[in-house]
Write a protein that binds this ligand. Structure first.
Ligand code: UD1
Ligand code: CA
Length: 455
Protein backbone atom coordinates (compact mmCIF):
# COMPACT_ATOMS: atom_id res chain seq x y z
CA UNK A 1 0.00 0.00 0.00
CA UNK A 2 1.55 3.30 -1.11
CA UNK A 3 1.48 6.10 1.44
CA UNK A 4 1.59 9.77 0.48
CA UNK A 5 2.12 12.49 3.07
CA UNK A 6 0.75 16.00 2.77
CA UNK A 7 2.32 18.62 5.02
CA UNK A 8 0.26 21.80 5.31
CA UNK A 9 2.52 24.82 5.59
CA UNK A 10 0.81 27.64 3.75
CA UNK A 11 -0.52 29.56 6.72
CA UNK A 12 0.69 33.10 7.31
CA UNK A 13 1.82 32.71 10.91
CA UNK A 14 0.82 36.30 11.66
CA UNK A 15 1.28 35.92 15.41
CA UNK A 16 4.99 35.21 15.03
CA UNK A 17 5.34 38.92 14.07
CA UNK A 18 8.19 37.97 11.78
CA UNK A 19 9.44 38.41 8.24
CA UNK A 20 10.61 34.79 8.42
CA UNK A 21 7.89 32.32 7.41
CA UNK A 22 6.63 30.51 10.50
CA UNK A 23 7.71 27.02 9.43
CA UNK A 24 11.31 28.26 9.06
CA UNK A 25 11.58 29.37 12.68
CA UNK A 26 14.05 27.04 14.37
CA UNK A 27 13.29 24.52 17.07
CA UNK A 28 16.38 22.77 18.41
CA UNK A 29 18.32 24.52 15.66
CA UNK A 30 16.23 23.16 12.77
CA UNK A 31 13.31 24.77 10.94
CA UNK A 32 9.94 23.59 12.30
CA UNK A 33 9.14 22.09 8.91
CA UNK A 34 12.37 20.03 8.99
CA UNK A 35 11.17 18.24 12.11
CA UNK A 36 7.94 17.26 10.37
CA UNK A 37 9.78 16.18 7.22
CA UNK A 38 12.14 14.13 9.34
CA UNK A 39 9.26 12.26 10.96
CA UNK A 40 7.59 11.83 7.58
CA UNK A 41 10.78 10.21 6.22
CA UNK A 42 10.74 7.69 9.02
CA UNK A 43 7.28 6.46 8.00
CA UNK A 44 8.52 5.15 4.68
CA UNK A 45 6.10 7.16 2.58
CA UNK A 46 6.38 6.87 -1.18
CA UNK A 47 5.82 10.56 -1.69
CA UNK A 48 5.68 13.65 0.47
CA UNK A 49 4.29 16.97 -0.54
CA UNK A 50 4.64 20.30 1.21
CA UNK A 51 1.82 22.74 0.53
CA UNK A 52 3.42 26.17 0.77
CA UNK A 53 2.11 29.67 0.38
CA UNK A 54 3.24 32.57 2.50
CA UNK A 55 6.98 33.17 2.00
CA UNK A 56 7.00 30.08 -0.17
CA UNK A 57 10.13 30.79 -2.18
CA UNK A 58 12.12 31.27 1.00
CA UNK A 59 10.79 28.01 2.45
CA UNK A 60 11.62 26.13 -0.74
CA UNK A 61 15.13 27.51 -0.98
CA UNK A 62 16.00 26.74 2.66
CA UNK A 63 14.72 23.18 2.31
CA UNK A 64 15.75 22.68 -1.31
CA UNK A 65 17.73 19.50 -0.62
CA UNK A 66 14.78 17.74 1.03
CA UNK A 67 13.23 14.74 -0.64
CA UNK A 68 9.74 16.14 -1.17
CA UNK A 69 7.50 17.77 -3.73
CA UNK A 70 6.29 21.34 -3.43
CA UNK A 71 2.80 22.54 -4.25
CA UNK A 72 1.76 26.15 -4.02
CA UNK A 73 -1.49 27.28 -2.44
CA UNK A 74 -1.53 30.86 -3.65
CA UNK A 75 -4.54 31.91 -1.58
CA UNK A 76 -5.12 30.36 1.82
CA UNK A 77 -8.70 29.23 1.47
CA UNK A 78 -8.63 26.65 4.23
CA UNK A 79 -7.17 23.27 5.13
CA UNK A 80 -9.49 21.38 2.74
CA UNK A 81 -8.49 23.67 -0.12
CA UNK A 82 -4.80 23.14 0.81
CA UNK A 83 -5.08 19.34 0.64
CA UNK A 84 -6.94 19.62 -2.71
CA UNK A 85 -3.91 21.41 -4.21
CA UNK A 86 -1.74 18.40 -3.34
CA UNK A 87 -4.05 15.69 -4.75
CA UNK A 88 -2.87 15.81 -8.40
CA UNK A 89 0.80 15.16 -7.55
CA UNK A 90 -0.16 12.27 -5.26
CA UNK A 91 -2.24 10.44 -7.86
CA UNK A 92 -0.43 7.10 -7.50
CA UNK A 93 -0.86 6.90 -3.72
CA UNK A 94 -3.33 4.59 -1.95
CA UNK A 95 -3.51 6.41 1.36
CA UNK A 96 -2.79 10.01 2.34
CA UNK A 97 -1.58 11.20 5.73
CA UNK A 98 -2.08 14.89 6.51
CA UNK A 99 0.39 16.63 8.85
CA UNK A 100 0.92 20.28 9.80
CA UNK A 101 4.24 22.03 9.17
CA UNK A 102 3.93 23.97 12.43
CA UNK A 103 3.38 20.93 14.68
CA UNK A 104 6.98 19.80 15.11
CA UNK A 105 6.97 17.27 17.95
CA UNK A 106 4.70 14.66 16.39
CA UNK A 107 6.36 11.24 16.67
CA UNK A 108 6.61 8.35 14.20
CA UNK A 109 5.23 6.01 16.92
CA UNK A 110 1.96 7.95 17.16
CA UNK A 111 1.62 8.14 13.39
CA UNK A 112 2.34 4.43 12.96
CA UNK A 113 -0.41 3.73 15.48
CA UNK A 114 -2.81 5.97 13.55
CA UNK A 115 -1.91 4.22 10.31
CA UNK A 116 -2.38 0.80 11.86
CA UNK A 117 -5.76 1.47 13.56
CA UNK A 118 -6.99 2.85 10.23
CA UNK A 119 -5.87 -0.08 8.10
CA UNK A 120 -9.33 -1.54 7.56
CA UNK A 121 -11.20 1.68 6.97
CA UNK A 122 -11.10 4.76 4.74
CA UNK A 123 -10.54 7.42 7.40
CA UNK A 124 -8.61 7.68 10.65
CA UNK A 125 -8.27 10.68 12.96
CA UNK A 126 -5.72 11.61 15.56
CA UNK A 127 -7.74 13.10 18.36
CA UNK A 128 -7.01 14.34 21.88
CA UNK A 129 -8.84 15.23 25.03
CA UNK A 130 -7.98 18.65 26.38
CA UNK A 131 -8.81 20.32 29.69
CA UNK A 132 -9.35 23.52 27.67
CA UNK A 133 -10.45 22.74 24.11
CA UNK A 134 -10.87 26.41 23.09
CA UNK A 135 -9.94 27.08 19.48
CA UNK A 136 -9.99 23.49 18.29
CA UNK A 137 -12.45 21.59 16.13
CA UNK A 138 -14.68 19.39 18.34
CA UNK A 139 -15.27 15.68 17.72
CA UNK A 140 -18.99 14.95 17.53
CA UNK A 141 -20.06 11.37 18.23
CA UNK A 142 -23.38 9.57 17.88
CA UNK A 143 -24.92 7.90 20.93
CA UNK A 144 -23.25 4.62 19.95
CA UNK A 145 -19.85 6.34 20.00
CA UNK A 146 -19.29 6.55 16.24
CA UNK A 147 -17.64 9.79 15.06
CA UNK A 148 -20.17 11.66 12.93
CA UNK A 149 -18.50 15.00 12.24
CA UNK A 150 -16.13 17.72 13.40
CA UNK A 151 -17.43 21.17 14.24
CA UNK A 152 -15.00 24.09 14.19
CA UNK A 153 -14.97 26.39 17.23
CA UNK A 154 -16.41 29.33 15.26
CA UNK A 155 -19.31 27.24 14.00
CA UNK A 156 -20.02 25.40 17.25
CA UNK A 157 -23.03 25.89 19.51
CA UNK A 158 -22.38 26.60 23.22
CA UNK A 159 -23.24 22.98 23.98
CA UNK A 160 -20.80 21.69 21.36
CA UNK A 161 -18.10 23.96 22.76
CA UNK A 162 -18.20 22.06 26.06
CA UNK A 163 -16.90 18.96 24.26
CA UNK A 164 -13.30 18.36 25.26
CA UNK A 165 -12.48 15.80 22.59
CA UNK A 166 -10.74 17.68 19.79
CA UNK A 167 -9.31 17.26 16.34
CA UNK A 168 -5.52 17.49 16.29
CA UNK A 169 -5.63 18.05 12.54
CA UNK A 170 -3.70 14.88 11.70
CA UNK A 171 -5.67 12.39 9.64
CA UNK A 172 -5.18 9.51 7.27
CA UNK A 173 -7.60 8.75 4.44
CA UNK A 174 -8.01 6.55 1.43
CA UNK A 175 -6.84 8.67 -1.51
CA UNK A 176 -9.81 8.10 -3.83
CA UNK A 177 -12.36 8.62 -1.06
CA UNK A 178 -10.65 11.78 0.14
CA UNK A 179 -10.61 13.19 -3.38
CA UNK A 180 -14.32 12.47 -3.72
CA UNK A 181 -15.20 13.98 -0.31
CA UNK A 182 -13.08 17.08 -0.92
CA UNK A 183 -14.82 17.67 -4.26
CA UNK A 184 -18.07 17.96 -2.31
CA UNK A 185 -17.12 20.31 0.56
CA UNK A 186 -18.19 23.96 0.49
CA UNK A 187 -17.07 27.14 2.20
CA UNK A 188 -20.40 28.29 3.59
CA UNK A 189 -19.14 28.51 7.18
CA UNK A 190 -18.09 31.13 9.72
CA UNK A 191 -14.64 31.57 8.15
CA UNK A 192 -15.65 31.17 4.47
CA UNK A 193 -13.00 28.47 4.19
CA UNK A 194 -12.90 25.00 2.72
CA UNK A 195 -12.54 22.94 5.90
CA UNK A 196 -10.70 19.65 5.66
CA UNK A 197 -12.74 18.67 8.70
CA UNK A 198 -15.94 18.69 6.63
CA UNK A 199 -14.90 15.41 5.01
CA UNK A 200 -15.59 13.65 8.31
CA UNK A 201 -19.36 14.15 8.03
CA UNK A 202 -19.30 13.02 4.38
CA UNK A 203 -17.39 9.89 5.32
CA UNK A 204 -19.73 9.10 8.21
CA UNK A 205 -22.79 9.62 5.98
CA UNK A 206 -21.49 7.11 3.47
CA UNK A 207 -21.13 4.53 6.24
CA UNK A 208 -17.38 4.75 6.82
CA UNK A 209 -16.32 3.65 10.31
CA UNK A 210 -13.94 6.41 11.38
CA UNK A 211 -10.97 5.12 13.34
CA UNK A 212 -9.43 7.24 16.07
CA UNK A 213 -6.36 7.16 18.25
CA UNK A 214 -4.59 9.55 20.62
CA UNK A 215 -1.02 10.85 20.65
CA UNK A 216 1.46 9.71 23.28
CA UNK A 217 1.62 13.21 24.77
CA UNK A 218 -0.18 16.46 24.08
CA UNK A 219 3.10 18.14 23.11
CA UNK A 220 3.10 15.95 20.00
CA UNK A 221 0.05 17.71 18.64
CA UNK A 222 0.75 21.21 19.91
CA UNK A 223 1.22 23.74 17.14
CA UNK A 224 3.39 26.82 17.10
CA UNK A 225 1.38 30.00 16.66
CA UNK A 226 3.64 32.48 18.43
CA UNK A 227 7.10 32.70 19.94
CA UNK A 228 5.86 31.83 23.40
CA UNK A 229 4.59 28.46 22.16
CA UNK A 230 7.80 28.02 20.19
CA UNK A 231 9.84 28.45 23.38
CA UNK A 232 7.56 26.05 25.27
CA UNK A 233 8.00 23.35 22.64
CA UNK A 234 11.74 23.99 22.58
CA UNK A 235 11.89 23.26 26.32
CA UNK A 236 9.85 20.07 25.90
CA UNK A 237 12.13 18.95 23.08
CA UNK A 238 15.23 19.66 25.17
CA UNK A 239 13.78 17.94 28.23
CA UNK A 240 13.06 14.81 26.19
CA UNK A 241 16.52 14.87 24.62
CA UNK A 242 18.12 15.22 28.06
CA UNK A 243 16.09 12.32 29.49
CA UNK A 244 17.05 10.10 26.59
CA UNK A 245 20.75 10.89 27.03
CA UNK A 246 20.68 10.35 30.79
CA UNK A 247 18.92 7.02 30.31
CA UNK A 248 21.62 5.95 27.88
CA UNK A 249 24.37 6.60 30.41
CA UNK A 250 25.26 10.28 30.03
CA UNK A 251 25.53 12.42 33.16
CA UNK A 252 24.05 15.88 32.80
CA UNK A 253 24.88 18.24 35.65
CA UNK A 254 21.50 19.87 35.05
CA UNK A 255 19.15 18.56 32.35
CA UNK A 256 17.47 21.99 32.23
CA UNK A 257 20.74 23.61 31.20
CA UNK A 258 21.66 21.47 28.21
CA UNK A 259 20.82 22.18 24.58
CA UNK A 260 20.85 19.74 21.73
CA UNK A 261 20.58 21.33 18.28
CA UNK A 262 21.56 18.37 16.16
CA UNK A 263 22.53 14.84 17.03
CA UNK A 264 24.72 13.65 19.86
CA UNK A 265 26.20 10.20 19.81
CA UNK A 266 27.48 9.80 23.35
CA UNK A 267 28.97 6.65 24.82
CA UNK A 268 28.24 5.68 28.42
CA UNK A 269 29.97 7.66 31.17
CA UNK A 270 30.16 10.86 29.20
CA UNK A 271 29.48 13.75 31.53
CA UNK A 272 28.40 17.25 30.63
CA UNK A 273 28.49 20.18 32.99
CA UNK A 274 25.93 22.98 32.72
CA UNK A 275 25.30 25.08 29.62
CA UNK A 276 26.80 22.78 27.05
CA UNK A 277 25.41 23.36 23.55
CA UNK A 278 25.65 20.61 20.96
CA UNK A 279 25.15 21.45 17.29
CA UNK A 280 25.33 19.40 14.10
CA UNK A 281 26.72 15.89 14.54
CA UNK A 282 28.77 15.39 17.64
CA UNK A 283 30.29 12.14 18.83
CA UNK A 284 31.71 11.75 22.34
CA UNK A 285 33.49 8.52 23.26
CA UNK A 286 33.20 6.94 26.68
CA UNK A 287 34.44 8.89 29.65
CA UNK A 288 34.55 12.26 27.87
CA UNK A 289 33.97 15.11 30.30
CA UNK A 290 32.82 18.49 29.04
CA UNK A 291 33.04 21.51 31.33
CA UNK A 292 30.51 24.30 31.69
CA UNK A 293 29.69 26.73 28.87
CA UNK A 294 31.13 24.73 26.00
CA UNK A 295 29.91 24.88 22.42
CA UNK A 296 30.52 21.72 20.37
CA UNK A 297 29.59 21.52 16.72
CA UNK A 298 30.30 18.73 14.20
CA UNK A 299 33.15 17.20 16.17
CA UNK A 300 34.43 13.87 17.42
CA UNK A 301 36.06 13.55 20.82
CA UNK A 302 38.02 10.46 21.89
CA UNK A 303 37.58 8.50 25.08
CA UNK A 304 38.45 9.99 28.46
CA UNK A 305 39.30 13.35 26.95
CA UNK A 306 38.51 16.29 29.15
CA UNK A 307 37.21 19.54 27.73
CA UNK A 308 37.45 22.23 30.35
CA UNK A 309 35.06 25.16 30.71
CA UNK A 310 34.37 27.74 28.00
CA UNK A 311 35.68 25.98 24.90
CA UNK A 312 34.37 26.43 21.36
CA UNK A 313 34.96 23.38 19.19
CA UNK A 314 33.76 23.18 15.62
CA UNK A 315 34.61 20.71 12.86
CA UNK A 316 37.44 19.23 14.92
CA UNK A 317 38.63 15.74 15.81
CA UNK A 318 40.25 15.08 19.17
CA UNK A 319 41.81 11.79 20.20
CA UNK A 320 41.68 9.94 23.50
CA UNK A 321 42.97 11.24 26.84
CA UNK A 322 43.46 14.76 25.58
CA UNK A 323 42.94 17.88 27.67
CA UNK A 324 41.43 20.92 26.00
CA UNK A 325 40.82 24.34 27.52
CA UNK A 326 39.69 26.17 29.47
CA UNK A 327 39.01 28.85 26.84
CA UNK A 328 40.34 26.95 23.83
CA UNK A 329 39.01 27.31 20.30
CA UNK A 330 39.28 24.42 17.85
CA UNK A 331 38.19 25.34 14.36
CA UNK A 332 37.40 23.19 11.31
CA UNK A 333 39.98 20.54 10.40
CA UNK A 334 41.81 20.77 13.70
CA UNK A 335 42.98 17.17 14.27
CA UNK A 336 44.40 16.51 17.67
CA UNK A 337 45.89 13.11 18.40
CA UNK A 338 45.69 11.25 21.70
CA UNK A 339 47.22 12.73 24.84
CA UNK A 340 47.48 16.24 23.42
CA UNK A 341 47.07 19.28 25.65
CA UNK A 342 45.63 22.53 24.39
CA UNK A 343 45.25 25.29 26.91
CA UNK A 344 43.72 28.71 27.34
CA UNK A 345 43.44 31.15 24.48
CA UNK A 346 44.79 28.76 21.91
CA UNK A 347 43.16 28.79 18.48
CA UNK A 348 43.77 25.85 16.16
CA UNK A 349 42.59 25.64 12.55
CA UNK A 350 43.33 23.11 9.79
CA UNK A 351 46.18 21.71 11.80
CA UNK A 352 47.24 18.28 12.95
CA UNK A 353 48.76 18.03 16.39
CA UNK A 354 50.59 14.73 16.92
CA UNK A 355 50.36 12.40 19.88
CA UNK A 356 51.32 13.96 23.18
CA UNK A 357 52.00 17.42 21.74
CA UNK A 358 51.16 20.49 23.80
CA UNK A 359 50.14 24.07 23.13
CA UNK A 360 49.20 25.27 26.54
CA UNK A 361 48.86 29.03 26.27
CA UNK A 362 47.96 31.90 23.94
CA UNK A 363 48.73 30.55 20.46
CA UNK A 364 47.41 30.55 16.92
CA UNK A 365 48.14 27.38 14.97
CA UNK A 366 46.72 27.45 11.45
CA UNK A 367 47.57 25.34 8.37
CA UNK A 368 50.18 23.36 10.24
CA UNK A 369 51.39 19.79 10.49
CA UNK A 370 52.80 19.30 13.94
CA UNK A 371 54.39 15.99 14.89
CA UNK A 372 54.31 14.02 18.12
CA UNK A 373 55.79 15.16 21.41
CA UNK A 374 56.10 18.78 20.29
CA UNK A 375 55.98 21.61 22.80
CA UNK A 376 54.54 24.85 21.47
CA UNK A 377 55.55 27.69 23.76
CA UNK A 378 53.18 30.40 24.94
CA UNK A 379 52.41 33.04 22.36
CA UNK A 380 53.57 31.03 19.34
CA UNK A 381 51.93 32.10 16.10
CA UNK A 382 51.93 30.43 12.70
CA UNK A 383 51.96 33.34 10.26
CA UNK A 384 50.02 31.35 7.67
CA UNK A 385 48.59 34.18 5.60
CA UNK A 386 50.40 36.79 3.57
CA UNK A 387 47.24 38.59 2.56
CA UNK A 388 46.76 36.42 -0.52
CA UNK A 389 48.00 32.88 0.09
CA UNK A 390 47.70 30.44 2.97
CA UNK A 391 50.96 28.56 3.56
CA UNK A 392 51.91 25.52 5.54
CA UNK A 393 54.05 25.19 8.66
CA UNK A 394 55.64 21.79 9.38
CA UNK A 395 57.07 20.93 12.76
CA UNK A 396 58.85 17.61 13.27
CA UNK A 397 58.47 15.21 16.20
CA UNK A 398 59.94 16.30 19.48
CA UNK A 399 60.56 19.91 18.47
CA UNK A 400 60.49 22.60 21.15
CA UNK A 401 59.18 25.99 20.04
CA UNK A 402 60.17 28.75 22.45
CA UNK A 403 57.65 31.26 23.67
CA UNK A 404 56.51 34.04 21.41
CA UNK A 405 57.86 32.50 18.23
CA UNK A 406 56.48 33.68 14.89
CA UNK A 407 56.65 30.88 12.29
CA UNK A 408 56.40 32.63 8.93
CA UNK A 409 54.98 30.02 6.57
CA UNK A 410 55.86 28.25 4.40
CA UNK A 411 58.42 27.00 6.86
CA UNK A 412 59.76 23.73 8.27
CA UNK A 413 61.09 23.04 11.74
CA UNK A 414 63.02 19.77 11.90
CA UNK A 415 62.63 16.93 14.40
CA UNK A 416 63.99 17.60 17.89
CA UNK A 417 64.82 21.17 16.84
CA UNK A 418 64.71 23.90 19.48
CA UNK A 419 63.61 27.42 18.62
CA UNK A 420 64.72 30.19 20.94
CA UNK A 421 62.03 32.34 22.52
CA UNK A 422 60.98 35.42 20.61
CA UNK A 423 62.28 34.20 17.24
CA UNK A 424 60.84 35.08 13.86
CA UNK A 425 61.46 31.92 11.83
CA UNK A 426 61.36 32.45 8.08
CA UNK A 427 63.66 29.65 6.88
CA UNK A 428 64.06 25.92 7.49
CA UNK A 429 65.16 25.28 11.09
CA UNK A 430 67.29 22.12 11.00
CA UNK A 431 66.64 19.12 13.24
CA UNK A 432 68.32 18.62 16.61
CA UNK A 433 69.76 22.13 16.80
CA UNK A 434 68.95 25.43 18.44
CA UNK A 435 67.77 28.08 16.03
CA UNK A 436 66.98 31.56 17.14
CA UNK A 437 66.66 35.06 15.76
CA UNK A 438 67.26 37.56 18.44
CA UNK A 439 68.87 41.00 18.70
CA UNK A 440 71.80 40.99 21.09
CA UNK A 441 70.89 42.31 24.50
CA UNK A 442 72.79 45.46 25.43
CA UNK A 443 72.99 47.57 28.56
CA UNK A 444 73.88 51.28 28.38
CA UNK A 445 75.83 52.19 31.50
CA UNK A 446 74.92 55.46 33.20
CA UNK A 447 71.77 55.96 31.14
CA UNK A 448 69.28 58.27 32.84
CA UNK A 449 65.56 57.93 32.66
CA UNK A 450 63.93 61.25 31.53
CA UNK A 451 62.54 63.24 34.48
CA UNK A 452 59.30 65.22 34.58
CA UNK A 453 59.99 68.95 35.00
CA UNK A 454 58.75 70.17 38.40
CA UNK A 455 56.42 73.17 38.13
C1 UD1 B 1 -7.42 23.23 12.26
C2 UD1 B 1 -8.63 22.30 12.18
C3 UD1 B 1 -9.20 22.10 13.59
C4 UD1 B 1 -8.12 21.53 14.51
C5 UD1 B 1 -6.90 22.44 14.47
C6 UD1 B 1 -5.76 21.81 15.21
C7 UD1 B 1 -9.71 22.72 10.04
C8 UD1 B 1 -10.80 23.43 9.34
N1 UD1 B 1 -9.63 22.90 11.34
O1 UD1 B 1 -7.90 24.49 12.72
O2 UD1 B 1 -10.28 21.17 13.55
O3 UD1 B 1 -8.62 21.43 15.81
O4 UD1 B 1 -6.45 22.68 13.14
O5 UD1 B 1 -4.71 22.72 15.31
O6 UD1 B 1 -8.95 21.98 9.42
N2 UD1 B 1 -3.09 25.81 6.30
C9 UD1 B 1 -2.78 25.85 4.96
N3 UD1 B 1 -3.61 26.46 4.10
C10 UD1 B 1 -4.77 27.05 4.50
C11 UD1 B 1 -5.10 27.00 5.86
C12 UD1 B 1 -4.25 26.36 6.75
O7 UD1 B 1 -1.73 25.33 4.55
O8 UD1 B 1 -5.47 27.58 3.66
C13 UD1 B 1 -2.19 25.13 7.22
C14 UD1 B 1 -1.61 26.05 8.27
O9 UD1 B 1 -0.36 26.56 7.86
C15 UD1 B 1 -1.44 25.13 9.48
C16 UD1 B 1 -2.55 24.09 9.29
O10 UD1 B 1 -2.92 24.16 7.93
O11 UD1 B 1 -0.22 24.45 9.46
C17 UD1 B 1 -3.74 24.37 10.19
O12 UD1 B 1 -4.23 25.63 9.91
P1 UD1 B 1 -4.87 26.53 11.04
O13 UD1 B 1 -5.34 27.79 10.46
O14 UD1 B 1 -3.93 26.60 12.19
O15 UD1 B 1 -6.14 25.64 11.43
P2 UD1 B 1 -7.10 25.87 12.63
O16 UD1 B 1 -8.07 26.90 12.26
O17 UD1 B 1 -6.32 26.07 13.86
CA1 CA C 1 -3.85 26.31 14.48
Amino acid sequence: MKLGIVILAAGRGKRMCSTLPKVLHPLAGQPLLMHVLHVAHQLGATQQVVVYGHGGEQVRSVLADQDCLWVEQAEQQGTGHAVMQALPVLSGMDRLLVLYGDVPLITPETLRRLLSVSLDTQLGLLIAELPDPTGYGRIIRATDGRVTCIIEEQDATPAERTIREINTGVLVADHACLADWLSRIRNDNAQSEYYLTDVIALAAQSGVQIATTQPGTLAEVTGVNDRVQLAELERIYQHNAALQLMRSGVTLADPARFDLRGSLDAAPDVSLDINVIIEGRVSLASGVRVGSNCFLKDCTIGSDTEILANCVIEGAEVGANARIGPFARLRPAARLAANTHVGNFVEIKKTTLGEGSKANHLSYLGDAEIGAGVNIGAGTITCNYDGVNKSLTRIGDGAFIGSNTALVAPVIVGEQATIGAGSVITRHAPPDQLTLTRATQTTIPGWQRPQKKSE
